[in-house]
Design a protein around this ligand. Sequence first.
Ligand code: BJW
Ligand code: ZN
Length: 244
Amino acid sequence: MVIGTDIDRAREELARAESIVALTGAGISAESGVPTFRGQDGLWRNYSATDLATPEAFASDPRLIWDWYQWRRELIAKTTFNAGHSALVRLEAGVADFLLITQNVDGLHKSAGSKALIEIHGNIWTTRCTGCGEIREDRRLDMGLPPRCRCGGLLRPDVVWFGEALDAAAMSKAQAACARCDLMLVVGTSALVQPAASFPLIAKQNGAKIMEVNLERTPISSWADYSFFDKASLVLPRLVLPQP
Ligand code: BJW
Ligand code: ZN
C-alpha cells in the first residue's frame, strides 16, 4: 500500500469533496468471507462463477444454478459486514451528495447501514417469478430447489446476469451521480464488467478525482489519481477516520 503522504492527501481530498460516489465490487466483501467472482475464489464445484451467472445456464439447468445460489445464500447468511463497509457508512454521513453503487448482491452494505445505495446487479435475497413477474424478498434457506411461485412459475434470483439489462432508473441515477461527483472511490472490483466498469471513466471525463482500493492493479489503475493496493478493510478506515 502507498502510505504516508499519499494516504494523508487522499484523506484530505475525501474530507474536502462535496459530491462523492463509491463504486464497490466483490473485493469489499471478501474479508467478510464472501467469495469473489474471478480467480481461484470464483470456482464452485469446478464451475466458473461467471459461466453460472447467465440466463442460458439457468434455462438449461435451473436446479444447478439454484444449488449455486443457495450455497451462496447459506454462506452469506453466516457473514457480517466489515470495517470497509462501515467506513463507507461514515463517509456517507459526512457529505451532502453521496451515492454508493455496489455490484454486490450480498446485501452487506445495507446491513452495515448505507442508505444512499444502488445495488446495480440486484440482491440475492430477492426472487423474481419467471411466470407472473412478482418480485419479493425471500430469505428462506430451506426451500425445495428450484423454488416455485404461488402462480406455479419458476422463481429465479432477482439479480442481473450477463446479457441482461440493468434497471433503467438505477442506471440513470448512477450515471448522473458519476457525471457530477468530484471524487469517486473504486473499491474491490476487477473493473471488467460493463456497464459498471465504465462508471469511473464517466467520473474522470467529468473532472472527478479517482481513488482506487484493490489488492492488485486493474484496468483503471493507470489513470486513477490514487491507488492503494491493500485490503479494503484496512485502507478504507484509514481514509475515513472514525469521528473523535
Ligand atoms: C480486493 C480484496 C480485498 C479481493 N480488498 N480488494 C462492452 C464490452 C464488452 C462486453 C460488454 C460490454 N457491454 C456489455 C458487455 C457484456 C457484459 C460484460 O461486461 N462482459 C465482460 C465481462 C466482457 N455485461 C453484461 O452483460 C451486462 N449487461 C448488459 O450490458 O446488458 C446490455 C443490454 C442492454 C439492453 C438489453 C439487454 C442487454 C450485465 C452484467 C451483469 C453481471 N452480473 C454478475 C452476476 C450478478 C449476480 C450474482 O452475484 O450472482 O455480477 S457477474 C459478476 O461480475 C457479478 C459482479 O457484480 C461482477 C463484477 O465483479 P467484481 O465485483 O468486480 O468481482 P471480481 O471477482 O471480478 O473482482 C474482485 C476484485 O476485488 C479483484 O480485483 C480483487 O483483486 C479485489 N479484491 N479481495 C480489496 N480484501
Ligand atoms: Zn408467479
